[in-house]
Write a protein that binds this ligand. Structure first.
Ligand SMILES: Cc1cc2nc3c(=O)[nH]c(=O)nc-3n(C[C@H](O)[C@H](O)[C@H](O)COP(=O)(O)OP(=O)(O)OC[C@H]3O[C@@H](n4cnc5c(N)ncnc54)[C@H](O)[C@@H]3O)c2cc1C
Length: 374
């Protein structure tokens, strides 16, 4: 509880500066990024002996819940998630000693920004149909292909890129590579304008015979799917924890507003439909918290928690979207105005049901495991 409180206090004080303006002009906050590094967010899952915070899964989700509660810059949090789960974690878990030595420290202290590139034009939900391919040469690979919707790409220094290296279809024959910005044959597109999470940057990347050394392989050759599954499972749990914080923030805002906004001579909290909406939001928070903590506890016990994380992400992201709409509605026309921040929250929430596995894909995944268990 103390971890969550400390994180929320920090986030509220340091991370939401000029959010309305920055959302309008799609500006990523370097200042916020460095504040997060100083606080220890980028390093929280790295063991203490490696210079990190050494937090386990249960403490990690508590910190993230606090950050989501205090921070209104959801774009910054999206950038952090892509960095921590898509870049720091793969290097930490699967990287060579040399990779860890070279990259972890600057990735933790805010000097470097990481991105991860899996999605392609025709490989979104069906990730393992990706076509970006590497030709194996002596001591190096030549990679060609195109990746889309890559969070952080315009500002990133290091990219974790998933590439087909084998002839087999599907999960087998995928490898994971670390590629530095500026590598020959590696091109980053312009920032893409998007509906929400506008303070995080996004673009496509193009690899045109990009030469990458054998030493840039993360994990084993043809075993990139193992790296991806571990990374995405943590990411789902992590983003769900952040969104839990956001739901709690919305609950607090709405409860306060409903008590003070008077219509027909009484506070709107006195109208059953309004109080039902707030109760619904609080219920979402309670159920979502149970799911996120169940996933974290499973991880803490050493289980991969793949399905638990998928369930938490599915429920919390859908709830976040639902609650952001409820919050806007409770505020009437004020909610619809940019100044109040609730229309931005709703735009941000919409993305959460798409990235890190769409709700439909997660539903399918959970349904299939149920079948197997039966
Ligand atoms: C804000 C944001 C940040 C992102 N950041 C990154 C990033 O950093 N790196 C990266 O690699 N990618 C990133 N992505 C891409 C993201 O992972 C993909 O958008 C996502 O996997 C879905 O792929 P798609 O958009 O191609 O949709 P599609 O796969 O084309 O899906 C279209 C629709 O069909 C539905 N659908 C697909 N399969 C099924 C099925 N089996 N059953 C039922 N319905 C189905 C989907 O749910 C969706 O509604 C990001 C996306 C967003 C929005």
């Amino acid at each position: 509880m103390e971890l969550k409180r400390t994180a929320a206090r920090f986030a509220k004080a340091k991370l939401s500066e000029d959010i309305i303006t920055r959302d309008k002009i799609c500006e990523f906050s370097r200042k916020g990024w460095l504040e997060c590094a100083k606080f220890g967010l980028q390093s929280m899952v790295v063991p203490e002996e490696g210079g990190g915070g050494g937090l386990g899964p249960v403490d990690t989700v508590s910190v993230l819940e606090g950050i989501g509660l205090g921070c209104m810059d959801n774009g910054l949090l999206c950038a952090l998630s892509a960095h921590i789960w898509g870049c720091v974690l793969p290097i930490l878990r699967f990287g060579t000693e040399q990779q860890k030595k070279r990259y972890l420290s600057p990735l933790m202290d805010g000097a470097l920004i990481g991105a991860n590139a899996m999605t392609e034009l025709e490989a979104g939900s069906d990730v393992y149909s990706l076509k970006t391919a590497a030709k194996k040469k002596k001591g190096h690979f030549l990679i060609s292909g195109r990746k889309v919707f890559i969070t952080n790409a315009p500002v990133a220094d290091i990219f974790v890129v998933y590439v087909r290296t084998g002839n087999r279809k599907g999960m087998a024959g995928i490898s994971c590579f670390l590629i530095e910005k500026g590598a020959k044959g590696f091109f980053v597109g312009k920032n893409i304008d998007k509906m929400g999470l506008r303070t995080s940057t996004m673009s496509e990347i193009v690899l045109d015979g990009c030469r990458v050394s054998d030493e840039n392989l993360i994990g084993r050759y043809n075993s990139g799917a193992v790296v991806f599954n571990e990374s995405i499972s943590w990411e789902r749990m992590g983003v769900a924890a952040l969104q839990l914080g956001a739901i709690e923030r919305l609950c607090n805002i709405c409860a306060g507003y409903a008590k003070t906004r008077e219509v027909f001579g009484r506070p709107i909290a006195g109208f059953k439909i309004v109080s039902d909406r707030i109760r619904d939001m609080e219920l979402c928070l309670k159920k979502g918290r149970a799911l996120v903590h169940r996933a974290a506890k499973a991880r803490q016990c050493g289980r991969p928690a793949f399905i638990e994380s998928a369930k938490a992400k599915l429920y919390v992201s859908e709830s976040y979207l639902r609650c952001s709409r409820q919050a806007l509605q409770i505020h009437g026309a004020y909610g619809y105005m940019t100044e109040y921040g609730l229309e931005r929250e709703m735009r941000d929430a919409m993305a959460s049901t798409i990235h890190s596995g769409t709700s439909e894909v997660l539903q399918e995944m959970i349904r299939k495991t149920r079948k197997v268990v039966r």
